[in-house]
Design a binder for this molecule. Structure first.
Ligand SMILES: NC(=O)c1ccc[n+]([C@@H]2O[C@H](COP(=O)([O-])OP(=O)(O)OC[C@H]3O[C@@H](n4cnc5c(N)ncnc54)[C@H](O)[C@@H]3O)[C@@H](O)[C@H]2O)c1
Length: 247
């Protein structure tokens, strides 16, 4: 597979390592910050590439998506923060051989954790004794709270556990209601990300835990996603890919 790396920051470099390990070729490393081979993508690279893996910034994403579409590329857009431009980014991909996959979490391990959370919630659905909460730990520079991953795991639990009806983020004063699913966010030190689903009954406690060690899981997921797109066209979410890949 011939791949354009759009964005050659921390994630772009991680993806490069995985592509090299798997024997894929990198056609161009594109980064306006000057760290790559070129600051904007050239026509020669677009013609040569099968796929593009994008971990960049959202500015200019509509134009880039049009470019990927017009060159029939398989595009993995892992760049985040373009929700408001979603329609403009995705609409060019409807009619030709190009394909796009987008999502805010390409980590294979995180998606395994979502799957396990769904399954655990469906099991305790019949066991009224078990209550459940989500706890996440991150470094003290993290801006968002709860994390997107914690919200996704909580969403899977709500889908499968009838007695929980809504998410309660944080630690508001007073007792929580039985139908609330609490997400506790701890911010301290340098933790890359730990997510736990804690199921507790009068007799015992069961915990599912996912600990991110580095960015490698996101990079591997994006490369597997590009490989999966090779013989497909159209628009796919990362959830659709993971569902197909893990089944
Ligand atoms: N979807 C996921 O699973 C996932 C996981 C990790 C990071 N991300 C997202 O990936 C993006 C990059 O993350 P990072 O940690 O590598 O950040 P980073 O800051 O290390 O790198 C971003 C790079 O993109 C470059 N860039 C800026 N505008 C660009 C453009 N128009 N075209 C090409 N490159 C451009 C910057 O110069 C920089 O080198 C962010 O949006 C981040 O939220 C997504």
């Amino acid at each position: 597979m011939n791949v354009i790396l759009m964005g050659y920051g921390r994630m772009g470099r991680e993806v490069e390592q995985i592509l090299n390990q798997k024997g894929h070729s990198i056609v161009a490393r594109v980064d306006p910050g000057g760290m790559g081979d070129m600051t904007s993508v050239d026509e020669e690279s677009l013609k040569k590439a099968d796929a593009v893996i994008e971990f960049a910034l959202p500015e200019g994403i509509v134009k880039r998506a049009e470019l990927y579409s017009s060159y029939g590329l398989k595009a993995v857009i892992a760049t985040t923060g373009w929700e408001k431009q979603r329609k403009d980014v995705l609409s060019p991909f409807k009619q030709d051989s190009a394909a796009i996959m987008y999502g805010s979490n390409f980590s294979m391990g995180a998606h395994l954790f979502f799957r396990l959370s769904s399954y655990a919630a469906s099991l305790i659905n019949k066991l009224e004794d078990y209550d459940v909460a989500v706890i996440e730990y991150h470094h003290n520079k993290k801006i968002d709270s709860p994390s997107g991953t914690a919200l996704s795991a909580a969403g899977k639990i709500l889908e499968n556990l009838n007695r929980k009806k809504e998410i309660l983020p944080g630690n508001p004063p007073g007792a929580i209601k039985p139908e609330q699913l609490q997400i506790v966010s701890v911010r301290t030190g340098s933790i890359p990300g730990i997510h736990k689903v804690c199921m507790d009954s009068p007799a015992d406690t069961i915990e599912l835990s996912h600990s991110a060690r580095n960015r490698g899981g996101f990079a591997l997921g994006s490369v597997l996603a590009a490989e999966w797109l090779l013989d497909r066209s159209g628009i796919f979410s990362v959830d659709e890919f993971m569902q197909d890949f893990l089944d």
